[in-house]
Structure formats: C-alpha cells, structure tokens
Design a binder for this molecule. Structure first.
Ligand code: SF4
Ligand code: SF4
Length: 114
C-alpha cells in the first residue's frame, strides 16, 4: 500500500521552489522511492512494491498531498487512513465499516466514534 500523491495538491516543492535541491518527500523516504517528475513537477512513488508504509513522506509533505493507502482488507470496505499535521503534533484518522478512530499525538488517548 504505497503512498498516494494527489496531483492537485502537489506542487513538486523541491524543483518548484528555488534553493531547495529535493522535494520534502524525496528527502525523507528511507528507500529513496519518491521522485518528482521534471515535466509535470508532481511527485510519485517510483517503485510502489518496495514501499513499506513508513508514512515519512505523508508527514513531511508541506502541501498535505500524500496520503497512505489503507491495507486492502480496510480499503475493501471503503476504509481510509488520513494524516493531519498540527503545530503541536498530528492526528491520525482511521475509518472503515462505520467506525472512525482518531489518534491525537502526542499524549492523547484514541477515540472511537461512529
Ligand atoms: S513533499 Fe508534497 S508537495 Fe512536495 S513534491 Fe512531495 S508530494 Fe509534492
Ligand atoms: S511511505 Fe515511506 S517508504 Fe513508502 S514512499 Fe513514503 S517515505 Fe518511502
């Protein structure tokens, strides 16, 4: 389940912004999997089968353009995994089969709703 880049949100930060050598998602990927297409200035995962879902690119993207793809058994039921960066931490939301679980980090207990 490789990271998915929303082309409408990605602006290819590294290549598009003077002074930056690589995009944020390229810089953090431990597998050197993320790249920016020089023609479109959109990021993509160049070898999805090698992605191990560490979500570093999801967390690093300043445009919130990268989302993790949920595992197939969650995706099969319309499940979603969402990441939201916040000044003091982040929120992970897991949705599927009618339930929504949110995790506010650091320091919050998981809340199950739905
Ligand atoms: S970090 Fe985000 S905005 Fe920058 S190139 Fe990667 S996906 Fe696009
Ligand atoms: S989830 Fe991790 S391994 Fe996969 S593309 Fe993003 S940074 Fe690389």
């Amino acid at each position: 389940m490789p990271a998915h880049v929303d082309a409408n949100l990605c602006d290819g930060c590294g290549e598009a912004r003077p002074g930056a050598e690589v995009a944020a998602c390229e810089a953090v990927c431990p597998g050197d999997l993320m790249a920016v297409d020089p023609q479109t200035l959109k990021a993509y995962c160049r070898n999805p089968s090698d992605c191990w879902d560490c979500c570093s690119c999801v967390k690093a993207c300043p445009a919130a353009a990268v989302t993790p793809r949920p595992a197939y058994d969650l995706a099969l039921f319309g499940g979603e995994v969402l990441y939201e960066g916040r000044p003091d931490g982040c929120r992970w939301t897991f949705a599927g089969t009618g339930d929504v679980a949110t995790y506010d980090l650091p320091g919050d207990e998981a809340r199950l709703t739905g």
